[in-house]
Write a protein that binds this ligand. Sequence first.
Ligand code: ADP
Length: 371
Amino acid sequence: MQLEAVNAELLYERQEKAKREAELILANIELDFQNHEKEKRAAELTLANTELLFRNREKEDRANELALANHELVFQNQEKQDRADELAIANKELIYQNQEKQKRADELAIANKELIYQNQEKQKRADELAIANKELIYQNEEREKRAIADAKKDEFFNMVSHELKTPLTNIKAINQILAKSLNKADRSYRFIERSNQSVLRLERLIEDLLDVTKINTGEIDLNITEFFFTDILTQSIETVQQISTQHQITLENSVDIFYTGDQFRLERVIINLLNNAIKYSPDATQVKVSAFVESGQITVCVIDSGIGIAKEDIAQIFKRFFRVKKVAKQFNGVGLGLYIAAEIIKKHNGTFTIDSEPGVGSNFCFYLPIN
Ligand code: ADP
């Protein structure tokens, strides 16, 4: 029994060994298979590794390239930054220059406006001057026409004056004969006196007309003598007073000195002023003559309270044949009295002034330096 048990035991063990060997073989096969698989996997991993290595190298190359490109970009960026800085500075400079240009442009615009304004003003002035020029040309033409007409008038007056002188002298002679044959108390005697006064006025007018021609041709000669100045004042007043009963002519002061000049013509100047004072103050009753010596000159003023003269006419009043239009029709005259008076005073190195106000009266003064 024991042997059987041992045999059975051995058999069992043998069977177990065989099982175990079969299992080992199986395990071995399994291991082989696994090894084979692992080898395959290892080969695959090697391949993948190689692939990865290759890819890594590629990436590295790319990274290097990118690093290089990056460097380049950084450099370029730097350059661009520098350029941008330069441009910013240049830009600032440009902005400054632009502002300066704008300022200059504004200044130029203002200057331009000023120039345009000045040009417009110049144009206006030029237009005005052109108009004034035309006016001057017109006035010159008018003056020339007037001068020709005046010359003709002078010629005519000269001729007429000479022609009038002879019959007037005859009338004067006849009057004298008639006056002698009459008694002063006779009614006719007064007619003769009036006739004589008219003859005197005509004589004076003729003298005026002849003097005008002489003044124009520069032939007027003064008849210089020494005389007592007050005499011409009193005589002129007397002469004019005779023809006006309405006006009272009074002499304020006098010039009690001897003066050297043309007595007859200076007397005519005063007579002219007095005649005017009476003629142009129809509603007044007073005419004053103020005469005095002061600062080495004689002053004679004839003052009336008549119609007066407007400012714009005063400047023209000494012109030949000038008469104030508004009053010319109302009063007789030829516009020569003041022209001749001014010329005579000028010939004595004297001057004239007029102070007048329409509706109030006039103050005609002349001044003679004492020689
Ligand atoms: P006439 O008296 O013959 O016209 P005048 O030469 O004496 O010439 O005077 C020129 C003008 O001046 C006159 O026509 C008149 O209009 C003005 N005139 C002269 N004297 C006076 C005066 N005393 N008052 C106002 N106007 C005057």
